[in-house]
Design a protein around this ligand. Structure first.
Ligand SMILES: C[S@@+](CC[C@H](N)C(=O)[O-])C[C@H]1O[C@@H](n2cnc3c(N)ncnc32)[C@H](O)[C@@H]1O
Length: 200
């Protein structure tokens, strides 16, 4: 059982997480047309991002390496009788990416758990349809205190936006948005960026 398996049943009870997913999806919807699109929610957790999108989207595939998080998401999908969200266990550090192609890939607060982010960005970009979009939100550089010492599986203490910009370009993506999109208030303030790139 990993850290997220243990946290799964309590995940949605933290208002910071719910609020963060709302801010991310709100901005994405303001910038991109998601109507009838095929979306990959990578590192979906319990589906806080997916549940803000499924009513407009054609389909959502939610991938995560925590069975506990996906079980919780499945429970919510069945409870709400949602037919256009599917889940799939997948480890972005190990597994090959799926052959399906998506109009939009979103990965929210997950990149800091990925061992090799530039390689991950390159690989996941290959799952985009032509002119598809990759949207990544995550912490900006922080002092390592965001997770409060519970660093199991934390590979990076946030990211420099200029480095994200470079990784997107190296993956063949044109930046259409790269800004601080929110601030998470804990014992101090933590900035969260949103980067959106379009496959050229
Ligand atoms: C901070 S949570 C974010 C969940 C969700 N995106 C949200 O905004 O509520 C990070 C998620 O990434 C998943 N994760 C961590 N490492 C992963 C990996 N190597 N491959 C796939 N998913 C991973 C975790 O299981 C967890 O569900």
């Amino acid at each position: 059982m990993n850290r997220f398996d243990k946290l799964a049943s309590q995940w949605d009870l933290n208002p910071n997480r719910v609020e963060s997913a709302i801010k991310t999806t709100h901005k994405i919807k303001a910038l991109l047309d998601i109507k009838d699109k095929d979306i990959l929610d990578y590192g979906s957790g319990t589906g806080l991002i997916s549940f803000n999108l499924f009513e407009d989207a054609h389909s959502i595939l939610a991938m995560d390496n925590s069975k506990g998080m996906l079980d919780e998401m499945q429970r919510k999908i069945q409870e709400a009788d949602i037919t256009n969200i599917k889940t799939k266990l997948h480890d972005g550090n190990i597994d090959a990416f799926p052959k399906e192609r998506f109009d939009l890939i979103i990965t929210a607060m997950t990149l800091h758990h990925i061992k090799n982010p530039p390689l991950f960005i390159k690989n996941i970009t290959k799952a985009l349809k032509v002119s598809g979009y990759l949207a990544i939100s995550d912490l900006e550089l922080e002092d390592g205190s965001f997770h409060g010492g519970d660093d199991d599986g934390v590979e990076h203490f946030g990211f420099d936006k200029q480095v994200i910009n470079r990784w997107f370009k190296e993956a063949g993506l044109e930046i259409v948005y790269l800004e601080t999109n929110e601030t998470i208030v804990k014992h101090k303030n933590f900035k969260v960026f949103l980067a959106i790139g379009k496959l050229l």
